[in-house]
Design a protein around this ligand. Structure first.
Ligand code: ASP
Length: 345
């Protein structure tokens, strides 16, 4: 039997629209005291769940977010690990998928739910989507079965769907369904009841002790290719000093233009130890470099396949791997494996 009874949830407000109010003078959104906002939601009192809150001071618009915030979040989760059954992180939607992806790599064998949510309209506005997002995120974070969390993963809850964090991406700036995970089905759907898809949920090894990895290296570049890219610009990026990894967002199943200067620049950089990870610009589907000649040439130049990873997962996974003290060859191996369910093998 699933139950939230006697569970406890820590809500960590990092910033974002959900906790903002409209400034009467400027008419723009500004952050507000989250504890005050939450105490104004009477529905939360119906839960038999101990709910506590913690707020970043000052809150950050997620567009301003840096990896230091992930480290701060991971440390906060570690410090509070023993005291709560689950965690809800209130976060701006702009970079929520990056944070969810980063945490999925940084928290090892965490085995408690970390549910990120936010909203498109502030929780105090009449038509807000924030209230339902918050209430259901708390329920998911609190839900246990046989003493264990029902969803022991880092995930994003938004508009009736629970997504694996490192499979999610923001797809809409206007509508309430702001997120999707095109290459992995939702872990749960929330209608009248919350229907969990247990067969899709990743369960940790409960015998292992949870650890938190906070060393990240962001010497990464991301190039989304397009027809007619200037050679000068591309070469400059590839030759950037101390660049350790390059993510190429290519066409379709991993194809790019095959100009000699481009392939030579990649080949030379690869020989000097640059990790070149190929992911697709398509929202759905995976890189398979042996499908077309144009993809094969990238592989020959040293690119490795990111399969069906999102950009958010690719960026944060490389930051995590580069910060792990591994050799270039080891990173190339791990980059192509599923570490936290972020790619399909
Ligand atoms: N700019 C805001 C943020 O990401 C947007 C939002 O919260 O939806 O923090």
């Amino acid at each position: 039997m699933k139950s939230v009874n006697n569970s406890s949830v820590l809500i960590i407000y990092t910033g974002g629209t959900i906790g903002m109010v409209i400034d009467p003078e400027s008419g723009a959104y500004r952050p507000f005291d989250i504890e005050h906002l939450i105490s104004g939601i009477p529905e939360l009192k119906q839960f038999d769940v101990r709910i506590e809150t913690l707020s970043f001071d000052p809150p950050v618009d997620s567009a301003d977010l840096k990896p230091e915030i992930w480290v701060r979040l991971a440390d906060t989760l570690k410090t509070n690990y023993m005291h709560y059954s689950g965690f809800v992180i209130l976060h701006g939607t702009d970079t929520m998928a990056y944070t969810a992806s980063a945490l999925s790599f940084m928290l090892k064998d965490f085995n408690k739910p970390v549910v990120l949510t936010g909203s498109q309209l502030p929780i105090q506005t009449l038509r807000t989507d924030g209230k339902e997002n918050l209430i259901t995120a708390i329920e998911i974070a609190a839900e246990r079965q046989n003493g264990k969390a029902v969803v022991p993963e880092v995930c994003i809850y938004f508009q009736n769907k629970l997504y694996r964090g490192n499979r999610s991406t923001k797809i809409n700036a206007d509508y309430f369904n702001a997120f999707d995970s095109p290459n992995y089905p939702p872990l749960a759907d929330a209608g009248i009841t919350i229907r969990y898809r247990n067969e899709l949920i990743r369960y940790p090894d409960y015998d292992k002790i949870p650890t938190v990895h906070t060393n990240l290296d962001s010497n990464i570049a991301l190039i989304k290719i397009f027809p007619g890219m200037a050679r000068r610009v591309v070469e400059r990026i590839i030759e950037t000093e101390n660049l350790r990894a390059l993510i190429l967002e290519t066409y379709g199943s991993g194809n790019a233009f095959t100009d000699e200067w481009f392939l030579n620049a990649l080949k030379n950089a690869n020989e000097k130890g640059l990790i070149i990870l190929n992911i697709t610009q398509c929202k759905g589907g995976a890189v398979a470099m042996d499908t077309y000649e144009t993809g094969k040439k990238l592989e020959d130049a040293g690119a490795i396949s990111g399969r069906d990873m999102t950009t958010e997962a690719a960026v944060t996974k490389l930051m995590y791997l580069l910060g792990s003290g591994l050799t270039v060859e080891e990173i190339k191996v791990f980059a192509q494996l599923s570490l936290s369910g972020e790619l399909t093998m």
